[in-house]
Ligand binder design. Structure first.
Ligand code: DAH
Length: 356
């Protein structure tokens, strides 16, 4: 018994890994382990022999189990020590001395818009940039012959020869995300959908790719008043002033009824733009009450639900807020321009810490 004890105590002390330790456990006290087999022999002993050997074997088994547990803990401690030493990191080191990159104004403004609408309870939704003409047009109440469809300067994707299905398009606006979100979430809904859109157009104020943010709010008791309030809250927060008056101008969009163009009160006095004061109006985008046919296309019951939608130009909002004169510069990747108009990558826009 003494031999068994010193054999296993030594082996356990020398075990180099948890796996080796497990092998030793099986070898000593496992079902067919050396000590376990000895315990089975107790049955063949005389009562006197058993009275001596039984407690001694039990004590040996306990001792070996305790040694195994202690060694296991010691191995785990050593492993942790080793990891802590290897993964040591000097958190007091200074950051890199020079700013290596910057956040593009479009990204910055998208973050700002998202933060403002998050505060108003709007989630962010997304849709594909290549979409079917059904999502981009038909579902939005713009059938084949509709003039608005022709005015969109659409980029059509090619179909392979002999494939007569209608072509996919580069989405011309973020409005198709309205349909996809209704399909996915049903009503009620409160989302914005920022993203890239494409139109075949290029001059001082148009680029073939630009950015819009769509808004969609659907419930059982939504009116134009909610739309106007939401836009006023957004405008004041975005331009970082106390209040901005919003004016609705009657308009027409196929996907809304009634439809309104959105103007913000502003002044251009002295050549600089001031929002919320003055006698001028800044065109900010389109909006209206979602057309019943659009609700239907998204699988939402127009007899029960109604809602508002709006679409704003993100690039234009960025130009106005940060005094950027030429839209085309946004997409030229000119390093000096990016350095000048870019934002620090460490700032996270939010309403409490400040947007910009
Ligand atoms: N999709 C329109 C466009 O690109 C903008 C727009 C107008 C969106 C009215 C809307 C809306 O959601 O209600 O010109």
């Amino acid at each position: 018994m003494d031999d068994l004890r010193s054999k296993y105590i030594d082996l356990i002390a020398g075990a180099a890994s948890e796996a080796a330790l497990e092998d030793l456990r099986v070898q000593a006290v496992g079902k067919k382990g050396e000590i376990s087999l000895k315990m089975r022999e107790l049955g063949k002993m005389t009562p006197e022999e058993r009275q001596k050997a039984g407690p001694a074997l039990n004590a040996l088994k306990d001792e070996v189990n305790a040694a195994l547990a202690a060694k296991k803990a010691a191995l785990a401690d050593a492993a942790l020590e080793e990891r802590l030493a290897a993964e040591w990191l000097d958190v007091t080191l200074p950051t890199r001395p020079t700013r290596q990159g910057s956040i593009h104004p479009v990204s910055q403004v998208t973050e700002e818009i998202t933060a403002i609408f998050a505060e108003l309870g709007f989630a962010v939704a997304e849709g594909p940039q290549i979409d079917s003409d059904w999502y981009n047009f038909d579902a939005l109440n713009m059938p084949d012959h509709h003039s608005a469809r022709a005015e969109m300067d659409t980029f059509y994707m090619a179909r392979s020869e002999g494939d007569d299905r209608p072509p996919h398009v580069l989405r011309t606006h973020t409005s198709p995300v309205q349909i996809r979100t209704m399909e996915k979430l049903g009503a009620p809904i409160r989302i914005i959908a920022p993203g890239r859109v494409y139109r075949s157009d290029y001059d001082m104020t148009h680029t073939p790719m630009f950015h819009q943010v769509e808004g969609l709010c659907i419930d059982t008791d939504i009116s134009m008043a909610h739309l106007k309030w939401t836009l006023e809250e957004f405008a004041a927060a975005f331009f970082e002033v106390d209040h901005i008056e919003v004016r609705f101008r009657a308009s027409h969009f196929p996907f809304t009824e009634p439809s309104a163009e959105i103007d913000f009160r502003c002044s251009w006095e002295g050549g600089t733009l001031k929002l919320g004061e003055g006698d001028d109006w800044l065109e900010a985008g389109g909006s209206g009450m979602v057309h019943p046919k659009v609700l239907q296309a998204g699988g939402v019951d127009p007899a029960k639900y109604q809602g508002f939608a709006f679409g704003l130009g993100i690039d234009r909002l960025a130009m106005l807020k940060y005094g950027i004169p030429d839209l085309r510069a946004f997409f030229e990747s000119d390093l000096r321009w990016l350095k000048h108009y870019g934002f620090t990558s460490l700032a996270q826009p939010n309403l409490h810490g400040g947007l910009s």
